[in-house]
Design a protein around this ligand. Sequence first.
Ligand code: PDD
Length: 283
Amino acid sequence: MTDAQPIVYLNGVFVPLGDAKISVLDRGFIFGDGVYEVIPVYGRKPFRMPQHLARLRRSMDGIGLANPHTDAEWERLVAELCSRQAFADQSVYLQVTRGVAKRDHAFPTGVAPTVFMMSNPLAVPTREQVERGVAVVTAEDNRWRRCDLKTTSLLGNVLMRQLAAEAGAVETVMFRDGFLTEASASNVLLAIGGTIVAPPTDNLILPGITYDAAVEFARDAGLPVTIRPVRREEALAADEMWLSSSTKEVLAVTTVDGRPFGGGKPGPVFRRMWEVFQARKPR
Ligand code: PDD
């Protein structure tokens, strides 16, 4: 291989991707026993870093894993990782696992966590996707009941996302017991009669940093927002449906299960939200 390899971070050192190696006994590999974050970086400036670090702490607390770094250390490490990439807009992936130990479900003692970080070019939606909207499929949410923790155990989400991939769609929007939860790697927001409506961030969905940003930016811009549980029928009859995530920003859904949704084009509330979001993200 002659191409320069991206620089990644593993357990205290920055190394070319191909040199970053971990044990097969890492509990991330064996059990999916770890947590992660995806942080969007615009022009080398992380977006909502304190919020991402707070969610990381919350995820670690939720799985009984001690945070190996202070927020200031994480910020320094992420800044250094970003400075070592050739591109300015980045998607930083960081994960912490419970480390390397003989296989036993119970937590090992005296084991250092594994810390890994990489950065890829931030691929926000194309102009065409923003203007035409995207397709989703729907499915019953069959994941565990701690979807509020951003854990690396993502098989449930992987299988959901694959349903979308096989249908040529970008996401699978899920419902649990008749209520809207989220999508396989994004939150879901709706517009109903001019009001933005989104499900509460309880234990059944990930408290999305982009969801929070969108709600805050919308309120600041005078757009009405209501957070409440939404029944499947109401979600599927909404005027507009959007996805939100660190890599999708806000993105309109215009096809659901193969049928046009919301008139088949991004609606007026989405267009306003998208403009407000673009104006408020770092540049
Ligand atoms: N996914 N819900 C799920 C299940 C997610 O995996 C994500 C993010 C979100 C949106 O969260 P945020 O706005 O903080 O990105 C909601 C990331 C991008 C991923 O796993 O790649």
